[in-house]
Write a protein that binds this ligand. Structure first.
Ligand code: IPM
Ligand code: MG
Length: 358
């Protein structure tokens, strides 16, 4: 009997429902064409969940995610919820899902489509051929370390604290992911730290060097995070796999995304536990929500990553990626990647064009 893949669909806020809607249509088309059953169960997350239930992630939604084979997430957050206490902000849902599902490895590929190399804000000769995999540690570091919080001081001022903390096992396991991924690529890993200043990343560097002993076929180099931010725009082609701490990875992956022309193009896979989570790396873009202007490609490519990493459906994943490439080659563009002479389409139109290619 054919396997039934259970997917928790969490559209979230802002453009989330629009982009996830198109990604779901792509999934359904793939299922229909290849006779694969995807059992999709939708739930609220982030601000949408706060509005209905008073919490960004309910126990039921967490249970649904944990009981699925994979999670497809749109985006969370928006100005409406910015005044809330940190503990109940929409973003908390994302952090809790990552932590609860044990998703310590976040894969964010930044690959240039040749037809889009003019859409980037960088010169064509700098970005042509860029193919980088940013591997962001996702359940440790500054995002989760304690102590944290803001306290009142006796003199009436306040003190805010976050803690960047990593243990040896946390670094070892993300280093292994990076070396394993590099083995299937160009066999180069750049480990990014701030070992000249931050002790925790000095440990990071030491542990990465130790793990590398098991991966002598991989070329390892180290780079300070400030230099990496600069090198990404100076000469991005020098990078294959970048592995780094949670906050550094958050920042560098946005930068890497822009090399490809638009942050609306970059998918991600969060792995490490039983259930993988897949989401675009961009946010909820409240300014364009509900206007059919969002680019659904990052989410559709996240579906391709889901097919590949969670379900081992390699051919189907290739099909989705090929379909995206093909509509771009045919000149279909959403607003974020549009150029003179191209066929401007909305979120729905882009989804339709991609399904047409399947
Ligand atoms: C990302 C986002 C999230 C993060 C936010 C929305 C909490 O920026 O996935 O990169 O900081 O991890
Ligand atoms: Mg980010």
């Amino acid at each position: 009997m054919a396997k039934n893949y259970k997917i928790a669909v969490l559209p979230g806020d802002g453009i989330g429902p629009e982009i996830v809607g198109e990604a779901v249509r792509v999934l359904k088309a793939i299922g229909k064409k290849n006779n694969i059953k995807f059992d999709l169960q939708e739930a609220l997350v982030g601000g949408a969940s706060i509005d209905k239930y008073g919490a960004p992630l309910t126990d039921e939604t967490l249970k649904l995610a944990k009981g699925s084979d994979a999670v497809l997430l749109g985006a969370v957050g928006g100005p409406k919820w910015e005044g809330l206490d940190y503990s109940i902000r929409p973003e908390r849902a994302l952090l809790a899902l990552r932590k609860e599902l044990g998703l310590f490895a976040n894969l964010r590929p930044a690959k240039i489509y040749p037809v889009l190399s003019d859409a980037s804000t960088l010169k064509k000769e700098i970005i042509d051929g860029v193919d980088i995999m940013v591997i962001r540690e996702l359940t440790g570091g500054l995002y989760f370390g304690t102590p944290k919080g803001v306290t009142k001081l006796p003199d009436g001022t306040e003190r805010g604290v976050n803690t960047m903390v990593y243990t040896t096992p946390e670094i070892e396991r993300i280093a292994r992911v990076a070396f394993d991924v590099a083995r299937k690529r160009r066999k180069k890993v750049t480990s990014v730290d701030k070992a000249n200043v931050l002790e925790t990343t000095e440990l990071w560097r030491k542990v990465v060097i130790k793990v590398h002993k098991d991966y002598q076929d991989i070329e390892l180099s180290h780079m300070y995070v400030d230099n990496c931010a600069m090198q990404l725009v100076r000469n991005p082609k020098q990078f294959d796999v970048i592995v780094t701490e949670n906050t550094f990875g958050d920042i560098l992956s946005d930068e890497a995304a822009m090399l490809t022309g638009s942050i609306g193009m970059l998918p991600s896979a969060s792995l490490g536990g039983k259930v993988g989570m897949y989401e675009p790396i961009h946010g909820s873009a409240p300014d364009i929500a509900g206007t059919d202007k969002a680019n659904p490609i990052a989410t559709i490519l996240s579906v391709a990553m889901m097919l590949r990493f969670s379900f081992d459906l390699t051919k189907e994943a290739d099909d989705v990626e090929r379909a995206v490439e093909s509509v771009l080659n045919k000149g279909y563009r959403t607003l974020d990647i549009n150029q003179p002479g191209m066929k401007l389409v909305g979120c729905k139109g882009m989804g339709e064009a991609i399904i047409g290619e399947l």
